[in-house]
Design a protein around this ligand. Structure first.
Ligand code: G6P
Length: 500
């Protein structure tokens, strides 16, 4: 989920220069890819937050250079990153604590996040949070408008910043604006629970191009724009164009990806090979042991308690796996200001402890929980070690862990159990499918993977690796840049206008 080694290749830089000559790439995304703090003796410390957006965009900006605008509660910061070999800049906007709480903890993560994941009962919308959300989105736009030269490419990310394109236009920005929505776009009937949905849609539709992870999200967004705002829709072989108040916005499904080459290099690296036997020994993994692995932010959308219930079911149903199966769960704390997240952490710890009490024996602890973020090079070692990776999200925009696991399996072995409701499932159909709300089905999926023949494992992994290699982070960027270019040039307007 994180990356921290510089990337020397620069195909993305060349592509940017080709399609947008002279442009600087300006990214707006709430979370900064780096945090600088100071130790007791005033020494600099750097943290690298977890999450799909920073994991995907940091390697890109290392190649293209440019500016990343982020926000935090407290004082502003100007950073040159990565600290070991700076290649781009980060401007962290300082937001007063209470405003940040309304914008981030409130509207973004207690409202839009659960709602877009269709977990409507967890969603709350408060007017004061909306005021804060608007204020911070405006602050982002003001900073970018002050920085951007004509022709620069502005690329805004995710649900925290839906109003930024609209504010940018209000501040007089006429240049290209792209937007990528990283999480699922909900069905219209669910979106209607958002009191301010029309303003969110209007803000987004000021972008020239909007990308989503799946066709389902494109369809849901298009349908919402038509039903809520009456936008006109043009479809052509090259995609969908929405026409609203004289502005056209192209929308497309362009699933995000990872730096496949980097992950493969790390997987083959000498230190990875060296660590594999060391870890096997440290965790008492024997020849016939089976290691299952989960890597997630500790978020209720990831289905971690359900996954542990599934593992417990697996141990009851298959006594032959006792003393053999180990579940390693990396659960990175996140959004701990929100009580749902704190409760989740308690429930995951309790479930892990209950399984260990029920099944554990001297020399065998079935579940091991690691509650902190790991650097990509460390994760890759775990990916290489794990016989089965389990991604059981209830809903997930995409899920980059699934792709990282596959990319790390340069040995062609390993099994991926993947939730049918994760965006990544559309590309990774050769995974062992998993139905995330049923402990029996989860156990079944794990068992299918564990007991699969070496031939089946290899065949599936080969197909998965081909899929991951077909769409790398460079492919992702090139499709987006081409889409924005085409949209800005007005080349994408379709011929047939059909209702959705
Ligand atoms: C998901 C969201 C990102 C977010 C990340 C981490 O991947 O799509 O926008 O940055 O989670 O969450 P956090 O709230 O810590 O930034």
């Amino acid at each position: 989920m994180t990356t921290d080694t510089p990337n020397d290749g620069s195909p993305s830089r060349a592509l940017l220069a080709d399609l947008f000559p002279g442009a600087r790439l300006i990214i707006a995304a709430n979370r900064s890819p780096f945090r600088r703090t100071y130790g007791l003796r005033g020494e600099e410390r750097w943290e690298r937050p977890a999450g799909g957006v920073t994991a995907a965009l940091d390697p890109l900006l290392r190649q293209t250079g440019g500016l990343w605008v982020a926000a935090e509660s407290g004082a502003p910061q100007e950073l040159k990153v990565p600290p070991e070999d700076p290649s781009y800049e980060v401007a962290v906007l300082g937001v007063p604590e209470e405003v940040y709480r309304g914008y981030y903890t409130g509207y973004s993560n207690s409202g839009l996040w659960p709602l877009c994941h269709n977990l409507v009962e967890r969603a709350h919308f408060r007017s004061s949070d909306w005021v804060a959300y608007r204020q911070v989105n405006r602050q982002f736009a003001a900073r970018i408008a002050a920085e951007a030269r004509p022709g620069d490419l502005i690329w805004v990310h995710d649900y925290q910043l839906a109003l930024v394109p609209g504010y940018l236009r209000q501040f007089g920005v006429t240049g290209p604006i792209a937007f990528f929505w990283h999480i699922p776009w909900p069905p219209t009937v669910v979106l209607r629970l958002v009191p301010e949905r029309k303003m969110l849609l209007q803000g987004l539709l000021e972008a020239d191009w909007i990308g989503f992870q799946t066709e389902e999200s494109v369809d849901a967004f298009t349908s919402a724009a038509r039903r809520e705002l009456g936008v006109r829709i043009q479809r052509s072989a090259r995609g969908v164009t929405l026409l609203y108040q004289g502005h056209r916005t192209h929308v497309a499904s362009v699933p995000i990806s990872i730096d496949v080459q980097k992950v493969e290099e790390l997987a083959r690296a000498e230190h990875t090979q060296r660590l594999l036997p060391e870890l096997r020994q440290r965790w008492q993994l024997k020849e016939d042991s089976v290691l299952l692995l989960g890597v997630d932010r500790l978020d209720y959308t990831k289905g971690i308690p359900e996954r542990l219930d599934g593992f417990s079911r697996l141990l009851s149903r298959y006594p032959s796996l006792r003393r053999k199966a180990h579940f390693l769960q990396i659960a990175v704390p996140t959004r701990t200001e929100i009580s749902d997240y704190r409760r989740l952490a308690v429930s995951v710890r309790r479930k892990a402890a209950a399984i260990n009490r029920r099944f554990g024996e001297p020399g065998w602890q079935p579940v091991r929980l690691i509650e902190h973020n790991l650097r990509l090079d460390r994760l890759v070692v775990l990916y290489r070690l794990a016989d089965v990776a389990v991604v059981s999200s209830l809903y997930d925009g995409l899920n980059l862990v699934a792709k990282e696991y596959v990319a790390a399996r340069v040995d062609g072995d390993g099994c991926l159990c993947l939730s049918e409701t994760a965006g990544a499932y559309h590309e990774l159909r050769s995974a062992f499918p998993l139905s995330p709300l049923s402990p029996e089905r989860i156990a079944e999926s794990m068992a299918r993977a564990i007991f699969a023949s070496p031939h089946e494992r290899r065949e599936r992994m080969q197909a998965l690796r081909e899929a991951v290699r077909r769409n790398t982070v460079d492919t992702w960027l090139s499709r987006i840049l081409a889409g924005v270019r085409g949209s800005v040039d007005g080349q994408l307007s379709g011929v047939n206008e059909t209702p959705v």
